[in-house]
Structures are given as structure tokens and as C-alpha cells.
Design a protein around this ligand. Structure first.
Ligand code: HEC
Length: 122
């Protein structure tokens, strides 16, 4: 009696195994992966597109040397790079700590300039 059960169980296992092999062979081809878009923008705190090169700064009246010099040297793109560097150097978390908005006008918060000076900016 016992051997009958053994063969039943064994048979079932074999059947399952065969079924698994068969179904994996019959399985449909994996779906083509979705193509990535060409421009994958890294996640940022807020969308802030790089200004086209040659875009001058919005400000005409500068309160800081950093931004004044950067704007003179390379327009808004350079100012942005300088700000990024400043932010990293001073371990400030976000552009929006000081700025109310980013591109295109980079309006400051009421205390934006203050924060800049307090952080040690010139
Ligand atoms: C500590 C405060 C502070 C932080 C943080 C900060 N900014 Fe600024 N940003 C300023 C101030 C102040 C000005 C104006 C400078 C002036 O009047 O000379 C300015 C000006 C700018 C300008 C010039 C805009 C124009 O066209 O006149 C850009 C671009 C800019 N910031 C980008 C950024 C970006 C991008 C970040 C984040 C990486 C950032 N800022 C973070 C304080 C800050």
C-alpha cells in the first residue's frame, strides 16, 4: 500500500515538473522593454531648465559680487553654476531656501539676500 502512495506522489511531482518545463517553453516572449526617452532629467526639487547659453541675467542691479561677476562672465547659465557651487560649499539644501522661484527670473525671497550674506557670500 505504501509503495502505491509513493508512486502516486512521485508521479504527481514528475507531472508538475514536466508541466513547468512545458509551460516555460510555451511562455510568450518577454515584452519589449519600453524605450527610454532621450532626455532623462534627473529629479530635482523643482524643474529648473538650463537657460539657453547666452541668456543674460535678469538682474541689472546686483547686490552680490558672486552673481555679478558670474553674470558678466557667462550670463544666467554661469550665475546658476556659481549658485550651485555656493550652495554646495555652504551646505544649503535647496535653491528655494533663498529663491521664491527659479527660472526664468529667480525671484528672491524677502530674506534671500540676507541668507546669502549670512552664509558668507559676497
Ligand atoms: C543663500 C541664498 C541663495 C541660495 C541657496 C541660492 N541663491 Fe541664487 N541668488 C541669491 C541671491 C541673493 C541672488 C541675487 C544676487 C545679486 O543680486 O547679486 C541670486 C541670484 C541668482 C541667479 C541670477 C538670476 C538673474 O538672472 O539675475 C541665478 C540664476 C540663481 N541665483 C540661481 C540659483 C540656483 C540654481 C540655486 C540653487 C542651486 C540658487 N540660486 C541658490 C541667493 C541664493
Amino acid at each position: 500500500m505504501r509503495s502505491l502512495w509513493v508512486s502516486v506522489v512521485f508521479g504527481a511531482v514528475v507531472a508538475i515538473a514536466l508541466g513547468a518545463v512545458r509551460s516555460s517553453a510555451d511562455a510568450p516572449k518577454p515584452v519589449k522593454p519600453i524605450e527610454k526617452p532621450d532626455h532623462v532629467t534627473p529629479p530635482t526639487e523643482a524643474p529648473d531648465l538650463d537657460p539657453p547659453s547666452g541668456t543674460p541675467c535678469v538682474r541689472r542691479d546686483f547686490k552680490t559680487e558672486l552673481v555679478k561677476n558670474a553674470c558678466a562672465a557667462g550670463g544666467q547659465k554661469a550665475a546658476k553654476d556659481a549658485m550651485k557651487q555656493f550652495q554646495t560649499d555652504h551646505k544649503i539644501k535647496a535653491c528655494l531656501a533663498c529663491h521664491q522661484k527659479l527660472a526664468p527670473k529667480y525671484e528672491l525671497k524677502a530674506d534671500g539676500l540676507d541668507q546669502f550674506h549670512k552664509a558668507g557670500g559676497k
